[in-house]
Design a protein. Structure first.
Length: 118
């Protein structure tokens, strides 16, 4: 089992930037991809971005394309989410998750709070 641990959340004004980090520990060799999700109060959890460890292939939700970038550092077993031009609607708890090949995301971190003020 992979254990993701998020960091880097905080309070930022609209238009600002934050970088989230997700450090993976445990059976990292079994991990195929890492993803970021977010959940706002009263809303369902939604996909933000993911990246494959080996190929670096990324996917981004339409709502964050052009503003967010996901990257990884294989040597550090760490994935980053660079968030620019933040909007109040980006507010929520951001969770990092891991998945194995041909599997769904099933190892989740505790989350980090991101609050964007208008």
């Amino acid at each position: 089992q992979v254990q993701p641990v998020e960091s880097g959340g905080g309070l930022v004004q609209a238009g600002g930037s934050l970088r989230l980090s997700c450090a993976a520990s445990g059976r990292t060799f079994s991990s195929y991809a890492m993803g970021w999700f977010r959940q706002a109060p009263g809303k369902e959890r939604e996909f933000v971005a993911d990246i494959q460890w080996t190929s670096g292939t990324t996917r981004l939700a339409d709502s964050v394309k052009g503003r967010f970038t996901i990257s990884r550092d294989n040597a550090k077993n760490t994935v980053y989410l660079q968030m620019n031009s933040l909007k109040p609607e980006d507010t929520g708890v951001y969770l990092c998750a891991a998945r194995r090949y041909l599997s769904s995301f099933d190892s989740w971190g505790q989350g980090t709070q991101v609050t964007v003020s208008s």
